[in-house]
Design a protein around this ligand. Structure first.
Ligand code: GLN
Ligand code: ZN
Length: 770
């Protein structure tokens, strides 16, 4: 039995890579220093895995930005707009990589970055490959080879990891019409074969090919490409041991194809799809020589493994296949979990009782080795002690008073359909709301946050360190809030917001105040490039011990006669952007959060707030990878939103907000959320995203974003009027609001004020032209 790892976090346990890259971008670090940081991280990770006793250690899992972008460089898929940088400027690979990821505005060039999107259902973002018809590929970067040689020099039993050619193509986008990107496989495969032959020459024996698209719904034609491609690889390299890895879902409908692929090792994500093991052990594969890599340690979450449970799975596989055909692995790359629990030393923020339930990447590596020792029946003292400790921790977690709150459980059990529905239908609510709010046609508003300047963040940092008292901090935030109310009034915005100056992050702010959440101090996970997030950990039943936002919202409302919109993060988004407990279904946890938010919504109403926004930007990204699971997810997600929103009177107006609004296939469920007003991101698509709403005859009110908040550019009122005219052509004017695409926290003040002033003018013109 062997242990293998599929990938290790590369950001560094102290975020060394983040810091070095950002310094390099700022011109404060040389390329050579950046390279040194990279090799130090690689060596550290390799040694850590080797010392722990992992048999097969990944290399080329490291990246200075993203492994998909690395693959684009490997195969020379460099979009034409960067060709000058390569040919004329002769940019080194590292700078080309960053130019493709981040754009290049220097030396008279102004080249846009490549698009970025979410890696399956994770919060990791990859750089989307761009393809043109009959595109040619050439081996452009030897990174995979170099990192393999580097690992060998350090005496590491390394296994190169490559993103497989079929998934690489599927993850990209056609940049011109008239072809399908999979047609490019015939041009692409030779480059992969060239790299494989170099790796084989350099001594590689095992190669891990990640084909995570096998976790998606595929067509027959797509499956055929897999079959043909892997057959060709096998024919060319009869000696190489191919490890095929997919994760995040069952192989499902793709299983027959997968089982027919000529690979030596097949990896299974048994965390996401435990039932898969029985299915596979019941097939022909048992009579072949294929090795199964059991992904038993959760690479997506931070919980300690349950050894007893896992050993049962392992034993089942060993009984059918023999120990030498069973490997142990994490369910997927450990990229998605923080580095090291040992760095969490603060018992005040992370109680020891909770800490003993957790495992970060380094601990997960140790778990794999211990599981192997236990499965082999070695009478190993350390392993036995770890088993004992593991059983104790898991038993403690089952019964811990920290987790289980019967009041919360009873409340969830008692929810009735009435709790998930407003008193009256929208048509009736609308009249009452219009009477209460007396807003003009095309009311103007914003999405909630205003610039989080370095100054505002420094106040919070000082307050957390104890350098500012609570009173001093509150006073500063009050001033900032008051100033924002004043200029919103002066500008003539109709529905004001308080500005969210007191919030660090839209999920963390609520997590810190809800029971059932804890925060690590160093639990960083790469989101994209140098950007890391520190997701809250939901460990127990969730409740709201005290009001969370009422103080700041009522303060803002007390300053003005205009309506101030309360601002909350919705249950699905809080769930989606946290590490979620694995001892109950996600839907259950989501419902608990929904009740907590409901209490806050009611509290805001009671304090005189007439409009309340419940942000759900993550509702779409929560969609399961396979369509067969969509309706189940959407049922509980929409219900959770409705529970959070339905405790108020008809006259109280509930808003929601979503970014990335590709709603075509879920528009009826979005309508079913029954928010009185939904604001969506629309400007970059020139209002095209509104078409789904128009076709559906979406009945409630909509604020299609009229300007992109991702850039400092100030759009003119004419541009915004043009966009609103487009909106008006498909949605009745009475239903329309005027607002930016999203919150303004990443913007500077000058462009924010200038753009909002144009926006208000645009709304005034629109009203005139009615
Ligand atoms: N209210 C939040 C803000 O304005 C919404 C952010 C988001 O949609 N991601 O920042
Ligand atoms: Zn948004």
């Amino acid at each position: 039995m062997q242990t293998q790892n599929l990938g290790y976090p590369r950001i560094g346990s102290q975020r060394e890579l983040k810091k070095a890259s950002e310094q390099y971008w700022a011109g404060k670090l040389s390329a050579q220093q950046l390279m040194q940081t990279g090799s130090a991280i690689r060596l550290h990770n390799w040694k850590l895995q080797k010392d722990a006793g992992i048999d097969l250690i990944p290399c080329n899992d490291f990246s200075f930005y993203d492994q998909v972008l690395d693959t684009s460089l490997m195969v020379g898929a460099i979009p034409a707009r960067y060709h000058d940088l390569v040919q004329e400027k002769q940019l080194p690979h590292i700078d080309l990589l960053f130019a493709m990821a981040r754009g290049y505005q220097k030396d008279g060039y102004d080249i846009t970055a490549m698009e970025m999107t979410k890696w399956f259902d994770t919060n990791y973002h990859y750089i989307v490959p761009e393809f043109t018809a009959n595109q040619q590929f050439t081996l452009f970067s030897n990174k995979a080879l170099n990192e393999f040689s580097e690992a060998r020099q350090h005496g590491i039993p390394a296994k190169p990891v490559l993103l497989g050619p079929v998934s690489y193509l599927l993850l990209g986008k056609e940049k011109e019409p008239g072809f399908h990107r999979l047609e490019l496989i015939k041009n692409l495969l030779p480059v992969y074969l060239e790299m494989l032959s170099k790796l084989e020459e350099a001594g590689a024996y095992y190669i891990q090919l990640d084909e995570p698209c096998l976790s998606l719904d595929l067509t027959d034609a797509e499956r055929k490409v897999f079959t043909k491609t892997y057959q060709e690889i096998r024919n060319k390299f009869p000696q190489l041991q191919l490890i095929l890895a997919s994760y995040f879902e069952c192989y499902g409908e793709n299983l027959a194809t997968v089982l027919s692929l000529p690979v030596q090792v097949l990896h299974l994500d048994l965390v996401r799809c435990p039932s898969q093991l029985d299915d596979i052990l019941a097939t022909e594969i048992v009579r072949t020589r294929t090795v199964l890599s059991l992904g038993v340690v959760d690479g997506r979450n931070i919980w300690k493994n349950n050894f007893e449970h896992t050993l049962a799975l392992i034993n089942k596989a060993v009984a059918k296949l023999g120990a030498d055909r069973v490997w142990l692995a994490p369910s997927c790359s450990l990229l998605h979990v923080p580095c090291d629990l040992e760095l969490e030393k603060n018992e005040k923020t992370l109680a020891p009782e909770i800490r003993q339930w957790l495992a970060f990447a380094k601990q997960k590596i140790e778990e794999l080795v211990t599981l192997k020792q236990l499965a082999a029946g070695e009478n190993n003292e350390i392993a036995n002690a770890r088993l004992k400790e593991n059983i104790t921790a898991n038993n403690n977690r089952k019964t811990s008073a920290l987790i289980h709150n019967s009041t919360v459980k009873d409340r969830v059990a008692a929810i009735t359909p009435k709790d998930a529905s407003r008193n009256s239908v929208f048509a009736d609510r609308k009249k009452l709301q219009h009477e209460a709010l007396k807003l003009p046609l095309f009311p103007t508003t914003t999405i909630g946050s205003f610039p989080q300047t370095a100054e505002v963040r420094s106040w919070r940092a000082k307050w957390k360190k104890g350098e500012l008292t609570q009173e001093q901090y509150d006073e500063l935030i009050e001033k900032e809030t008051e100033a924002s109310i004043r200029w919103q009034e002066e500008m003539g915005i109709d529905v004001l917001v308080h500005g969210e100056f007191e919030r660090n992050d839209m999920v963390e702010y609520f997590g810190e105040q809800l029971s059932g959440f804890v925060f690590s101090q160093n639990g960083w996970v790469q989101s994209y490039g140098s950007r890391c997030v520190k997701p809250p950990i939901i460990y127990g039943d969730v409740s709201r011990p005290a009001p969370m936002t009422i103080r700041w919202t009522s303060y803002a409302q007390s300053l003005t006669g205009k309506p101030v919109k309360g601002m909350l993060t919705g249950p699905v988004t809080i769930l989606q952007w946290s590490f979620v407990r694995n001892d109950q279904p996600r839907s259950e946890t989501c419902t608990q959060i929904a009740l907590a938010i409901r209490d806050e919504v009611i509290g805001l109403e009671q304090s005189g707030i007439g409009l309340i926004q419940i942000d759900e930007p993550a509702i779409r990204e929560g969609l399961p990878l396979r369509r067969e699971h969509w309706s189940d997810y959407l049922n509980w997600a929409v219900r959770a939103f409705r529970i959070s929103a339905s405790g108020v009177k008809d006259a109280t107006q509930i808003h929601t907000h979503m970014c990335y609004s590709e709603f075509n296939d879920i528009i009826s469920q979005i309508a079913d959320m029954d928010a009185d007003v939904i604001t969506i991101e629309c400007s970059r698509s020139q209002m095209e995203l509104l078409d789904a709403f128009a076709e559906f005859k979406y009945p409630n009110e909509i604020g299609p974003g009229v300007y992109d908040i991702h850039s400092p550019r100030v759009p003119s009122k004419e541009e915004m009027i043009r966009l609103m005219e487009k909106a008006r052509a498909v949605i009745p004017s009475e239903q329309l609001w005027v607002n930016p695409d999203c919150g303004l926290k990443t913007r500077g003040w000058s462009e924010t004020k200038a753009a909002l002033q144009e926006m208000v003018e645009a709304a005034r013109e629109l009203r005139k032209n009615m």
